[in-house]
Design a protein around this ligand. Structure first.
Ligand code: PMP
Length: 410
């Protein structure tokens, strides 16, 4: 099984043996051999407050002492849903799941049921979990019917997904011109994190707002990574983007397994038990996860860390660019608030195709050089790195010192 329960952890993209972690606190993680690392993965996004934040730990412990799961409703679910609605006003109703994958697959099912249409549009390089219809990627060309990215996805299912280049309003317009009456929804990472970090161009955002609505399709904004991270109201507030359906995950569960789907009542009421669209989960709305989520969102709301988070990411990016220049290395760093990627190529990186120009071997060497010096970056060129509220200026300086030595090694 590769020794892992999720593929990127196996270090396939960078080589070498994966590090087994034992504990974490703040910006640091310790491995099973006692080595300590400054962590820029943050469990792939959830740990915005830093690892093992005392308030989150306390809330989770209290909850587990009262019983870890009931399979019946609890007040915590309503409270977390209220917080999510406050942050995302279009999410009048919220359904919690146990993962972002479930949130996205539920969004697709609901969109198809609400529109009576079969096709979904997604963007190349975007990841929305591993539901069959979302594991489709484009061949070359601006507009292609999807091919399955994974074995076991029947081509008949992949063909229901149109895969378009990110940041390309013309391709979106062409897809709607050709298939508009059949498109149930467009699903988008409002700031892409899964081809490395790629921000949206404003004309792309305009097209996302305009085209689906004009053609009676829904806009599904996948905020699994960006929700509560780019701002309290996620990418939608930061970019003034209006979703029909919003997918949640990661931060909303405070480090526990949670996903969620939010939208207006007229759409969400189509979900069972009120409506005909089936969706369920034994551990959905789990009380321990709800408690950790409530503690996390409450802290983010009361004491917003977004300005210091942005400053930390900018400080790091600025420093890394200077280090790379000193060592005559061409890199391009995309930073959006507290998410960033160091691409080993000349910029700009604006979509999957430009991301794929990156020198993945150079990234792998950089990754291992950092790891040897106690800095844990994402073990793949095509992933987002994250700073947390525990990444103080001192942590960033320590990282830059490690990067200076790492670039010397390359
Ligand atoms: N959507 C996005 C944007 C994601 O980044 C991810 C996970 N990285 C998912 C969906 C899937 O979430 P999960 O891994 O919780 O199933």
């Amino acid at each position: 099984m590769g020794g892992v329960n999720s593929p990127v952890r196996a270090f396939g993209a960078v080589g070498g043996a994966p590090v087994f972690f034992e504990r974490a606190r703040g910006a640091r993680v310790w491995d099973a051999d006692g080595n300590v690392y400054l962590d820029y993965v943050g469990s792939w996004g959830p740990m915005i407050l830093g690892h093992a934040h005392p308030a989150v730990v306390k809330a989770a412990v209290r909850a587990v002492e009262r019983g870890s799961s009931f399979g019946a409703p609890t007040a915590g679910e309503t409270e977390l849903a209220r917080l999510a609605r406050e942050a995302f006003p279009t999410a009048e109703r919220v359904r919690f799941t146990s993962s972002g994958t479930e949130a996205c697959l539920t969004a697709l099912r609901l969109a198809r049921a609400c529109t009576g249409r079969p096709l979904i549009v997604k963007f190349a390089g975007a990841y929305h979990g591993h539901a069959d219809g979302l594991l489709a990627s484009a061949g070359s060309g601006a507009l292609t019917f999807g091919r399955p990215t994974s074995a076991g996805v029947p081509p008949e299912i992949a063909r229901l997904t149109l895969v378009l280049p990110y940041n390309n309003p013309e391709a979106l317009a062409a897809a709607f011109a050709a298939h508009g009456k059949k498109i149930a929804a467009v699903i988008v990472e409002p700031v892409a994190g899964n081809m490395g970090v790629v921000g949206p161009r404003s004309d792309f955002l305009d097209a996302l707002e305009r085209l689906p609505r004009r053609h009676g399709s829904l806009l599904i904004v996948d905020e699994v990574m960006t929700g509560f991270r780019l701002s309290w109201g996620g990418a939608q507030r930061l970019l003034a983007l209006r979703a029909d359906l919003t997918c949640f995950g990661k931060i909303v569960g405070g480090g526990f397994p949670v996903g969620g789907l939010g939208g207006p009542r007229r759409l969400m009421d189509k979900l069972a038990p009120l409506g005909p669209v089936y969706q369920a989960g034994t551990l959905s709305g789990n009380p321990v996860a709800m408690a950790a989520g409530i503690a996390t969102l409450t802290l983010l709301k009361r004491d917003p860390p977004y300005k210091p988070l942005r400053d930390a990411a900018d400080h790091l990016a600025h420093g890394l660019r200077a280090v790379a220049r000193r060592h005559r290395r061409v890199i391009s760093i995309n930073v959006v608030e507290s998410m960033f990627t160091v691409f080993f190529c000349k910029g700009p990186v604006t979509d999957l195709r430009s991301a794929q120009r990156a020198n993945v071997k150079a990234y792998a060497r950089f990754f291992h050089a950092l790891l040897r010096r106690g800095v844990y970056f994402p073990p793949s060129q095509f992933e987002a790195a994250f700073v947390s509220a525990a990444h103080t200026p001192g942590v960033i300086e320590q990282t830059l010192a490690a990067a200076e030595a790492a670039f010397r090694d390359l």
